[in-house]
Design a protein around this ligand. Sequence first.
Ligand code: FNR
Length: 192
Amino acid sequence: MKTIAVVVGSLRKGSLSMKLAKAMEAQAEGRFVFRYVELADLPMYNEDLWENVPASVTALKSAVESADAVLFVTPEYNRSIPPVVKNAIDWGSRPYGKSSWNGKPGGVIGMSPGAIGAATAIAHLRSVLVTLDVVLMGQPEVYFSYRPDTLDADGRFASPDTAAFFETYLKRFDTWIARTMQPKADTQPDND
Ligand code: FNR
């Protein structure tokens, strides 16, 4: 079974992004293990903190490095990436030459209760992740418009069409990971 480090771009209890991630997790049962990366305890990025590395940073880097792939499920904030997501990406990208993201197969899911499903945030997120050599799956793109009836009482996708769409996504992600997984000891390119 493949392990996925899941970055959910919202800290609030009632997060729709988390509900969407959990519905995907339920559908992926038996194929993927979702490990949710803890973002709430990460301090804002500060280079000085490397002198005494916060446990939350070590946990983030180890969660990403030990996973077979990374999956971002995020809302859009003011047409861009929520700061908790960028902060996690920045911490994971350092120290220089020791990025945790390098070569990881990745997927990005945008979610919004609005009409255009976080498309702009996802465009920004893609551009950041590609710079860090995350090997991003291009298709299917997911700009999900979350509606009150998206999930059933058990937190699963209520509509067969939505379930079928995410089934396609999960199957393609599985194939994508198998195709792009790299040996864990792969060398790092320089990045800044
Ligand atoms: C938003 N929201 C939002 N939605 C959107 O589609 N495009 C946007 O640019 C923004 N901008 C934005 C900025 C800020 C600061 C907040 C708090 C919210 C609405 C957002 O998509 C909505 O609140 C989601 O439900 C947030 O995701 P979670 O917390 O439910 O996962």
